[in-house]
Ligand binder design. Structure first.
Ligand SMILES: [Zn+2]
Length: 266
């Protein structure tokens, strides 16, 4: 059934999508923090980073907790990083845009949204801990494999993604080898693995476009200069909002053909 059959269902869906995005962002921010602190990220209760006080349900409500408590810990007054609020609003908005564009969230779309969420977690780990945490990459791979039964034309799909993965990662390996042979630093540990999984999601054309924009952000925009994953993560979110169909090679190919047709007319 289409989600926007009536205004009531439409509004309900948008609110739900927004809340879902904020909750997932809150979860992944929290998980990234726990992983960096070496805590058990499933069983342990959330605590304030500064005073260690166990947080209650009221402290964990995305966005509202932050605004109600003025971005401070209720118990010790320590500042909660503004990026918690930004990531929650951002993922909430992306979920709403995706629902509005697609009218529905199918398994492949949900998979892509989870990729965006995991990229966010990976970004926080890289900003705070300077590492590309492999746990997130494994989760991305498991989710990708889990969604495979739901992609149309599986054989073509897999071969396209494997080609993308081999070509681009092969290129990265050569670059890394050349840099090392000149005595320069290669890529960060985990970076090529991350690229391999990222390309399994995007395929060749979209992957090249994603990486190009990501590297431009990383090279020229100040807040993204120190770490690469946040730039790729933001690119991933932006592309997800722009695309009228799934994050797939056919979409980019469609744009290129449309552009070529347009140029031909003039
Ligand atoms: Zn505190």
């Amino acid at each position: 059934m289409p989600l926007f059959e009536t205004t009531y269902i439409g509004v309900f869906t948008i609110v739900l999508a927004f809340m879902f995005g904020t909750v997932l962002a809150s979860f992944i921010t929290c998980t990234a923090g726990r992983i960096l602190a070496g805590m058990d990220w499933i069983n342990e209760h959330s605590k304030c980073d500064t005073c260690g006080h166990q947080l209650g349900a009221l402290d964990l409500f995305p966005i509202f907790s932050y605004l109600l408590l003025g971005g401070k810990c209720r118990y010790c007054g320590a500042k909660v990083p503004i990026r918690c609020l930004i990531s929650e609003v951002l993922l909430g908005v992306v979920f709403v845009i995706v629902v509005l564009l697609h009218g529905t969230i199918d398994v492949v779309m949900a998979r892509n949204l989870l990729l965006a969420m995991l990229m966010m977690g990976l970004s926080f780990c890289e900003i705070d801990g300077k590492v590309i945490h492999e746990g997130f990459i494994t989760a991305m791979l498991v989710i990708w494999i889990g969604a495979l039964p739901f992609v149309p034309d599986l054989k073509l799909y897999i071969s396209d993604k494997i080609i993308a993965c081999t070509l681009i990662c092969g290129l990265f390996m050569i670059v890394s080898y050349l840099r090392k042979s000149k005595g320069k630093e290669g890529f960060k540990p985990g970076f090529i693995k991350l690229m391999a999984v990222y390309l399994l999601y995007t395929g060749l054309y979209a992957g090249v476009a994603f990486l190009a924009v990501g590297f431009i952000l990383h090279s020229f925009v100040k807040p993204f200069k120190k770490t690469i994953v946040p730039a790729l993560s933001v690119t991933c979110l932006v592309f997800m909002c722009c695309m009228t169909d799934r994050m797939d090679t056919s979409v980019i190919y469609g744009y290129i053909t449309a552009l070529a047709d347009y140029i031909k007319v003039f």
